[in-house]
Design a protein around this ligand. Structure first.
Ligand code: OSB
Ligand code: MG
Length: 373
């Protein structure tokens, strides 16, 4: 396998895509998805990636502006200096820069795509994936109109999604879950509280044991490992940690305190594929399940989430839904679609296998920066 020689160019784009319907969580309402994209060029080959950060710090401290700042002033200059880039060492090269894992993941992913293309190979082969069909799950936002939510669930069931996750918040929980369960008694159902509860709510959370939820995601605040540990002893429903997981030490804390039974792995938030696979291995060695989360990505980010799920150990359906769940138009040529059994297939072709639609990027463009080595 050939290493990447030198990089010639890094292009950063910010696009803004309207969502087909606003996405509502306990944190607030998202009406459009602004995304930072990266295109790396080396000797005629290109690698693409998308940063997981949002415009505002509602879910995570990193934002598009902090990711851009770290990429432009630290990460890209660092890889521009290299005469040879080893794709599997990228995350180690960045060890000297604290945090900012979303920005780091963006660089690593573009490098991986580029590396695979330079070697004329699909990324799934380089990563050593064990499957090319990914079980798809969907995440549905809060809807004050519960009738509308039930319609959305019905559509998801008809599309054969393998799991439905519903956002909850205080006052919009047991009542709504109970209606969903009456209408869909056997569906694979999970809920995501995005940290909206506290120890005083254990009574409410215990009532959720009546609904055969496969898990409850992030009931308490992100640094509350001991609170989650206490809660997990009080309820039967498996707890899944999402916001709490920031790297190896948080996974180890979750294991040691028995704060959860499932870990949500978001490669775009955890510093990329390599770091995420290390976390997955630690989880598996300690009897924890993992599933791949999502960040409302366009097709570019979505394809990397799919590549995480080709790997051994990702058995639960992830949060990678079809493009059309969020966007009318994607910025890749073939948008992400479910087959008639609710799976998403990894496309053939070198690198990630997607073709970025430069016209669509121009259409949704709000910012562009070109950096030459
Ligand atoms: O908590 O998992 C979450 C989206 C944005 C930020 C946080 C979360 C989510 C989702 C949707 O639940 C995942 C997706 O469909 O991309
Ligand atoms: Mg979550």
């Amino acid at each position: 396998m050939k290493n990447i020689k030198q990089l010639d160019k890094a292009e950063l784009y910010i696009v803004k895509l309207p969502l087909v319907t606003p996405f509502v969580t306990g944190y607030g309402v998202v009406k459009s998805r602004e995304s930072l994209l990266l295109k790396l060029t080396s000797s005629g080959h290109v690698g693409w990636s998308e940063c997981a950060s949002f415009r505002d710090p509602w879910y995570h401290y990193e934002t598009i502006d902090t990711s851009l700042h770290i990429a432009v002033n630290y990460l890209i200059p660092q890889i521009f200096k290299a005469h040879e880039i080893k794709a599997d060492l990228i995350s180690d090269i960045f060890n000297g820069i604290k945090g900012h894992n979303m920005s780091k993941a963006m660089i690593e992913n573009a490098v991986l795509d580029l590396y695979a293309k330079i070697n004329g190979k699909p990324l799934y082969e380089i990563l050593g994936g064990i499957k090319k069909r990914i079980k798809s799950g969907i995440s549905l936002g809060i809807s004050e109109d519960v009738g509308r939510l039930l319609e959305q669930i019905n559509e998801a069931v008809n599309k054969k999604y393998h799991r439905v996750k519903v956002k909850i918040k205080k006052g919009y929980d047991v009542n709504v879950i109970s209606e969903i369960r009456s209408a869909f008694p056997y569906m694979n159902l999970t809920v995501d509280a995005n940290g909206g509860y506290g120890e005083e709510d254990i009574g409410i959370l215990r009532m959720m044991d009546n609904f055969d939820l496969k898990m409850i995601e992030q009931p308490f605040g992100e640094d509350d490992f001991s609170g989650h540990s206490h809660l997990q002893k009080e309820i039967n429903t498996p707890i899944c940690l999402d916001e709490s997981i920031s790297g190896i030490h948080s996974v180890e804390s979750a294991i040691k305190f028995q704060s959860c039974k499932v870990v949500c792995i978001k490669q775009g938030r955890l510093g990329g594929m390599k770091r995420s696979l290390e976390l997955k291995d630690i989880c598996k060695e300690n009897g924890m399940k993992v599933f791949c989360g999502g960040m409302l990505e366009t097709g570019i980010g979505r394809i990397f989430n799919l590549h995480l799920q080709i790997m051994d150990g990702f058995d639960l359906p992830g949060d990678t839904s079809e493009t059309s769940r969020y966007f009318k138009e994607d910025i890749i040529k073939e948008s992400v679609c479910l087959d008639n059994e609710g799976f998403i297939n990894i496309p053939d072709g070198n690198g990630t296998g997607i073709e970025v639609d430069q016209d669509k990027i121009d259409k949704f463009l709000v910012f562009r920066k070109i950096m030459k080595r």
